[in-house]
Structures are given as C-alpha cells and as structure tokens.
Design a protein around this ligand. Structure first.
Ligand SMILES: Cc1cc2nc3c(=O)[nH]c(=O)nc-3n(C[C@H](O)[C@H](O)[C@H](O)COP(=O)(O)O)c2cc1C
Length: 170
C-alpha cells in the first residue's frame, strides 16, 4: 500500500472476528518493528506474541480491551539498557518502544490486519502472570486480527484537530 494510504487505513478496531492473523503477515509486522530506530541503536525492545489460549486468558485478566483479537503483541523494553539523555531527566526506553510499536501498527494496516493500541491494562500484573524478566517493563499491548463483519472505525476516528491548532511556525 502507498504510505499515505497506510496512514489513512489504520484505525482502532474494537471488535474482531474469528479469522487468525496469517504467519507471513505477522512476520511482516514484527519485521517492521525490528527495523525501527532506537536511541544509540540500543534496540532495548522485547516483543511478545500472545496467541495461546493460556497467554490470552492472562491478558484478559488484566484488561477488558482484547475485543476478541486472536493475537496480541506486547511491547516491553529493558529498563536497564536505555540511553539517558543529557540532563538526566529522561531516558529512551518509553520512546524507543513507542517507535517500535508505531512501526508495527502501521505495518499491520499495510498488511490489511486490523489493530488497536492498548494501554488500559495492569502492566505489572501482566508481567508477573506471564513471567517476564524483572528487567523488562511493558509499554503497551497491540490487539491484532480482522474486524468482525459490520464493524469499522468509531465515529471519533475521523475527528482530528486542524493543523492550525496543533502546528506553529516560529
Ligand atoms: C497511546 C494510546 C493508548 C490507547 N489505549 C487504548 C485502550 O487501552 N483501549 C482502547 O480500546 N483503545 C485505546 N486506544 C485507542 C484510542 O482510543 C484511539 O486511537 C482513538 O480513539 C482514535 O481512534 P482511531 O485510532 O480509530 O483514529 C489507545 C490509543 C493510543 C494512541
């Protein structure tokens, strides 16, 4: 898909049907995350693919927001392998993982796979339930699948502020 079309095609899917995400499409999505830039090229992300009934049940226990998606990606990062910016107030962990997630959510749209970014979850509980290593912090989860028949973007999808409200040239 042409890049502008990918940007337009992505929306937050809130109801999935039974169709599974094909392995080649999942691989393309994960590859887009692999190619994402990170500060100092640290690549501190760790992406978990949740597909087993057991893993998905653990996900459902910490969020109401799976919406029937057959696959969920968890994007975590190694909190001890981040670049601390000059001044010491911020480090790269959250933003590097966010860029990885953004690459993957757009790649999903490019593959025709529907998605939703999920932050409404208990990350510490999920990390414990899945047995993630202590050094990893969960940034977000990404539902992946195909929209249930008859569903599509919510009305607020097309509601965006004009550039005049969000951009200033100085
Ligand atoms: C950082 C972030 C966190 C979000 N968390 C959730 C969530 O926990 N549950 C949910 O249903 N949607 C979540 N969303 C989806 C937003 O509700 C959605 O992106 C927004 O309403 C705009 O709709 P659109 O993505 O269709 O354009 C999240 C989106 C972002 C960017």
């Amino acid at each position: 898909m042409e890049f502008k079309e990918v940007i337009k095609a992505r929306y937050s899917c809130k109801k999935y049907g039974d169709r599974k995400v094909e392995p080649d499409k999942l691989a393309a999505i994960l590859e887009a995350g692999r190619l994402a830039p990170t500060a100092k090229n640290l690549q501190e992300q760790h992406v978990y693919v949740l597909q087993s009934a057991e893993a998905l049940a653990k996900f459902d226990a910490v969020t109401p927001c799976r919406y029937g998606a057959p696959t969920v990606l968890l994007v975590a990062f190694d909190k001890y392998n981040v670049f601390t910016y000059p001044g010491g107030k911020r480090n790269s962990g959250i933003e590097d993982a966010t860029i990885v997630a953004t690459h993957m959510i757009l790649a999903a749209a490019d593959e025709g796979v529907d998605s939703c970014w999920i932050n409404n979850l208990d990350p510490d509980q999920l990390a414990a339930d899945l047995g993630l290593p202590e050094n990893e912090e969960i940034l977000m989860a990404m539902d992946l699948g195909y929209a249930a028949e008859g569903t599509g973007p919510l009305p607020n999808h097309s509601s965006r502020k004009p550039l005049s409200e969000t951009v200033s040239t100085i």
